[in-house]
Design a protein around this ligand. Structure first.
Ligand SMILES: [Cu+2]
Length: 359
């Protein structure tokens, strides 16, 4: 065998190893978006279904490849062999390799259809007193709406962080304000599409407290890959309601001079107020962007993208289009598209300070 042939064989071997390792790493349950680490009944049923179908497929693979390899070796051409026996068709064989897959698919269909119905039918519907959250997909962030526990006629609107109590069935109404998105919390449930003008429903239940990552799972434009959210699971209903009541309360007015200056800019020429709501202020009632009433209590900025700290907030307010290409704030806010209204460093500092007071 020549050197180069030997070398290329080795190379193929190494490449295969790299690819297989990469693929296997995707199954590692510690990954924050691994579906192999289910924390709720919906994700669990989907995982079990995956194992079953994968098992059946693996069995078929081993049998078919086994027969193929056996035949190739056992009946391989030897020196001096003439032409093999020529035949055409074999009815019993053809019937069996048509019927067998039909039977296998029918067997797989039973748990599949059962899981689809189980996941579509909430075990505790809103009519039966189950909790409801409206989730709205927007390019490229998520709005969440809750019923106020102290005043059922009122809606509490928040963004990018969905909070739920552990162990409770939550009915989620899925809507979209612009294009098709898909709602996916890999460790808890998914995916169901958010379709404009065609509300969908799903139910979820998280069985352990903590923070779980979510992600839009339907290509929805330039920054689709940056459209994330977090699900915060509170260990008790009381803790959850405490969060919700705080979320529904007005923002505290800023006290230090820099933050007060920030609010003036926010509600002034920078026109942040036109797209953002800050409850408790007279001016900020905008609905185009996420509510910022309790922005500082969120752990991440720009739909789960960066940690919510001073440096990142500065980056976002200075150049939102660099952080999230094509986003509506960078495109339509005059602070970013009209040089006359460009924010100065001092104005950005004041805005950052103001936003950091919104707990
Ligand atoms: Cu999307």
């Amino acid at each position: 065998m020549s050197m180069s042939k030997h070398f290329s064989k080795k190379l193929v071997g190494v490449l295969l190893l790299v690819i297989v390792t990469g693929l296997l790493a995707g199954c590692y349950p510690d990954h924050p978006q691994s579906t192999f680490d289910a924390h709720g009944p919906v994700a669990e049923s989907q995982l079990n279904l995956f194992y079953l179908i994968f098992g059946v497929a693996a069995l078929v693979f081993v049998i078919v490849e086994g027969i193929l390899l056996f035949t190739a070796f056992r009946f391989r051409r030897k020196p001096g062999d003439g032409d093999p026996y020529q035949n055409h068709g074999n009815t019993p064989l053809e019937l069996s390799w048509t019927a067998l897959p039909v039977v296998l698919l029918a067997i797989v269909a039973v748990p599949t259809i059962q899981t689809i119905f189980d996941n579509a039918n909430s075990p505790l519907t809103p009519e039966q007193g189950g909790m409801v959250i409206d989730a709205v997909g927007v390019q490229w962030w998520f709005e969440f709406r809750y019923q106020d526990p102290t005043d059922p006629s009122r809606t509490i609107i928040t963004a990018n962080e969905m909070h739920i109590p552990q162990g409770e069935v939550v009915n989620v109404n899925l809507r979209s304000r612009d294009v098709i998105h898909s709602f996916w919390i890999p460790k808890i449930a998914g995916k169901v599409d958010m379709v404009p003008n065609n509300p969908n429903q799903m139910w979820i239940r998280a069985d352990s407290p903590g923070v779980f990552l979510g992600q839009c799972a339907e290509f929805c434009g330039e920054s689709h890959a940056l459209m994330r959210f977090r699900v915060v699971v509170h260990p008790t209903v009381e803790e959850f309601e405490q969060w919700l009541i705080n979320e529904g309360s007005p923002a505290e007015a800023p006290r230090d001079p820099l933050a007060i200056r920030g609010q003036e800019i926010f509600e002034g020429d920078a026109q942040c107020w036109a797209c953002h709501t800050v409850l408790g202020t007279d001016r900020a009632r905008g609905r185009v962007g996420p509510s910022l009433t309790h922005f500082a209590s969120r752990t991440h900025i720009a739909a789960g993208l960066m940690e919510n700290n001073q440096e990142n907030l500065r980056k976002w307010i200075s150049h939102p289009g660099d952080v999230k290409p094509g986003n509506i704030m960078a495109r339509d806010a005059r602070a970013y598209n009209d040089p006359e209204f460009q924010l100065s460093e001092e104005e950005i500092s004041a805005l950052v300070r103001y936003l950091q007071t919104l707990r």
